[in-house]
Ligand binder design. Structure first.
Ligand code: MET
Ligand SMILES: [Zn+2]
Length: 729
């Protein structure tokens, strides 16, 4: 019989219960016990509903109040010294690591966050040091396994890839608690770097397998390639592969494991996108595996955890529907097809056929415009050295110009006004008046703080991608499709369903209004093509490159209109350019070519006078440096306050030639950075970078922050820039 499995489930709760409870706990409105209770209810609801869909292997242990990697760090006592001895409860230590803490004499910054492979999910980076005292503080996998068992649900616990000795205890405890299987996630196996890890994997698994439950070694997001040669020799009971992202690997993997006892788990239902699975195609892949391995050695699964898909409705398939999909496909392949399954197959066929027919409808004008893109369109008129002089005269900024990344606090009042507009309690005019007042207030505050290059504050935006998606044609939206970004922050990615174009200007009225209020220069603010693409659910019928170029052309028109409206600097944010990088190096060049070209296409249609900015956060630049240079933005701002200065050395080493604003403080934490702290940071930056190129700005936008900490932080930032002007005169 072919079994079915789900690799992980969203943890927010159907109505964002977990997010709300976590934030209420932080605000001191509910107790730790109340928070635990909400979490228990959400876990119970997920387990029961996945089970009700007929799924055989139900995941547990992957739930988290903030981040599952942080859970592992806390469980294994990987707790940096600065969070210890503060008199905090273990739960508060956990949250302090995730988001920093500034209260009653405690002042600790958050740990660094990085993106989880090529997704927009951020995990909290574990900090190992000589002092790390590994021990098993608690065994979450065992606790959740028991929690589910008490509800009458047998789960397959999920743990993150081992490589440390304490896993022996962890896995042995799981076995003792009655777990038959354990899912060990090893996404690292799809990276090029894993080619050199044969010895480590062999040693670790040879040691773990005898004491552990049956291991399903789980890979996702890309292909195993040659790593399968050693993976096939590991003493694991099953191997999971991602056939959504890398369907071509099936034959190789089958060959490699054919003569072994390993069961193959086929990730045919996408964990990363929301398109309904084409059953016919999935069944074909399943049959191919069954023919080679036999039905008992085949599992039908989601490609990855469903953490990355919303929990919600005839073309789309959200988390719980995906659970139903794996179960239906497994039934067909097992030959146990009842009337319900037959009906599901028919309905799927009709739905897929309708979608395919829709996909044939293209917007010919958009397609033609993409086909006619010329090399001239992607280059500025003059090189940076020439533009810099022209812009210095046109914009007239002081040395070490201070600026922010775009958004200012999205207050309760702003969110309420938007909700009222949605419910019809505010007219469009009333709403626009409200937004104008907001803009005016943000402009005045920046003038008062003494910032040099101002922004309008983005109050009109619910989200930096959704806002544009709603104004462009070609997108649709979900009501409740929340996907975790980090901690208690969730996004609702738009879905691209057809060719993209810009029916009307999207930001010009706001930026022009903001500029009309002040003599200081105002920076226009857009989200870049690659980021809109990467933070949406893309179409599966045409390439990402084509979708990105369509977006770029729409944005190009906006950039040109902004310049016409008298805006002198425009920032086009590309925080997602790094995360879209394919996991396998062999695929990088092709991606980087179209990604960089898209950005340039969006930004190069202006005169030399216009200063273009771009912004990246949480990016590792070492790998993609030449592409960052090739973007040829006049100014870039990057995340730098949490990572060490190594990042800047990369810029120095490669001789980055354009202007750069490495973030001087971390905005993901409510903590206010001290003035001296910022000065010290500027000093170490100026040890590395030429002073004529440096901008002074925070790490990222301020939308998630409150006004109090925002003002306090920016006062210190401006003061530090003033100090630097004197010190480096
Ligand atoms: C995730 S990057 C955010 C950039 C955006 N302009 C903002 O300030 O919010
Ligand atoms: Zn950012």
């Amino acid at each position: 019989m072919v079994a079915s499995s789900v690799l992980g489930f969203p943890r927010i709760g159907a109505n964002r219960e977990v997010k709300k409870a976590v934030e209420a706990y932080w605000a001191g409105k509910i107790s730790a016990d109340e928070l635990t209770k909400v979490a228990a209810e959400v876990k119970k609801a997920s387990w029961t509903s996945v089970k009700s869909k007929g799924v055989d292997f139900i995941p547990s242990g992957e739930f988290s109040l903030y981040d599952h990697v942080l859970d592992h760090s806390a469980a294994f006592n990987v707790i940096p010294k600065r969070y210890q001895g503060l008199g905090l409860s273990p739960l508060d230590v956990y949250f302090a690591m995730g988001r920093g803490r500034q209260s009653e004499g405690v002042d600790v910054p958050a740990s660094e966050m990085k993106k989880w492979f090529d997704s927009n999910y951020h995990f909290v980076v574990p900090e190992f040091s000589e002092e790390t005292d590994f021990k098993l503080n608690f065994n979450k996998a065992v606790e959740e396994f028991k929690e589910a068992k008490a509800l009458g649900i047998t789960t397959r616990p999920v743990v993150l890839g081992p490589l440390i000795p304490l896993y022996k205890t962890l896995l042995a405890d799981l076995k003792e608690a009655g777990a038959e299987w354990v899912q060990v996630d090893e996404p690292i196996l799809v990276l090029d770097t894993a080619a050199g890890l044969e010895k480590e994997f062999t040693t670790a698994y040879t040691e773990l397998a005898p004491v552990a439950p049956k291991i399903v070694l789980t890979t996702y997001f890309s292909r195993l390639d040659t790593n399968v040669n050693y993976v096939a020799k590991l003493p694991v009971a099953a191997l999971h592969i991602d056939l959504d992202r890398a369907p071509a690997q099936l034959a190789d993997v089958i060959n490699a494991i054919k003569a072994t006892p390993i069961t193959l788990s086929l990730g045919v239902v996408s964990g990363r996108n929301i398109w309904k699975t084409d059953f016919a195609a999935a069944i074909k892949l399943g049959q191919q595996a069954i023919d080679a391995l036999g039905a008992d050695r085949v599992i039908i699964a989601t490609s990855s955890s469903l953490l990355h898909t919303p929990e919600q409705k005839d073309w789309f398939s959200f988390a719980l529907e995906k659970a139903q999909e794996v179960s239906t496909i497994a039934s067909v392949l097992s030959g146990s097809q009842d009337a319900a399954v037959t009906a599901a197959l028919e309905a799927n066929k009709a739905s897929i056929a309708k979608r395919r027919a829709f996909e044939q409808n293209s917007d010919d004008a958009v397609r033609k415009r993409v086909a006619a893109i010329t090399p001239e369109q992607i280059e500025r008129q003059s090189p940076f050295s020439v533009r810099k002089e022209i812009q210095a005269k046109a914009i007239n900024l002081p040395k070490f110009p201070t600026t922010t990344i775009g958004s200012f606090p999205q207050t309760k009042e702003i969110r309420q006004a938007r909700a009222k507009l949605g419910k019809g309690e505010l007219t469009k005019d009333q709403y626009e008046e409200f937004i104008k007042k907001e803009i005016e207030s943000v402009v005045r505050i920046q003038e008062r703080l003494g910032l040099d290059l101002l922004v309008h504050g983005e109050p009109e935006r619910n989200d930096m991608v959704q806002y544009f998606g709603e104004l462009l044609s070609g997108f649709v939206f979900t009501q409740n499709g929340w996907v975790q970004s980090y901690g208690s922050r969730y996004v609702r990615p738009p879905i691209i369903v057809s060719d993209v174009s810009r029916p009307n200007p999207m930001t010009v009225q706001w930026s022009a209004y903001a500029q009309s209020l002040t003599d200081r220069p105002m920076k226009g603010m857009l989200t870049g093509p690659v980021t809109i693409l990467n933070w949406s659910f893309p179409r599966a019928d045409i390439s990402r490159e084509l979708q990105s170029k369509q977006l770029a052309l729409a944005l190009r028109d906006e950039v040109i209109d902004l310049e016409k409206a008298g805006i002198s600097a425009i920032q086009v944010d590309e925080p997602a350019i790094r995360e879209g990088l394919p996991l396998r190096r062999a695929d990088w060049d092709a991606y980087l070519k179209w990604a960089v070209d898209s950005f340039k296409l969006a930004t190069a249609g202006v005169t030399d006078k216009l200063q273009t900015h771009s912004h990246f956060c949480y990016s590792d630049f070492d790998d993609i440096f030449p592409s960052i240079q090739r973007l040829d933005a006049d100014v870039i701002s990057i995340e730098a306050s949490k990572s060490d200065m190594k990042l800047l050395n990369t810029f120095k080493q490669y001789g980055y030639s354009n202007q750069i604003g490495p973030g001087v403080y971390d905005i993901h934490s409510p903590r206010v950075p001290g003035g001296q702290e910022i000065k010290d940071r500027l000093k170490s930056m100026l040890d590395i970078l030429p002073d004529s190129l440096l901008f002074v700005n925070p790490d990222c936008g301020l939308k998630t922050r409150g006004w109090k900490e925002t003002e306090a932080s920016l006062i210190n930032l401006v003061e530090a820039a003033e100090w630097a002007r004197e010190a480096y005169a």
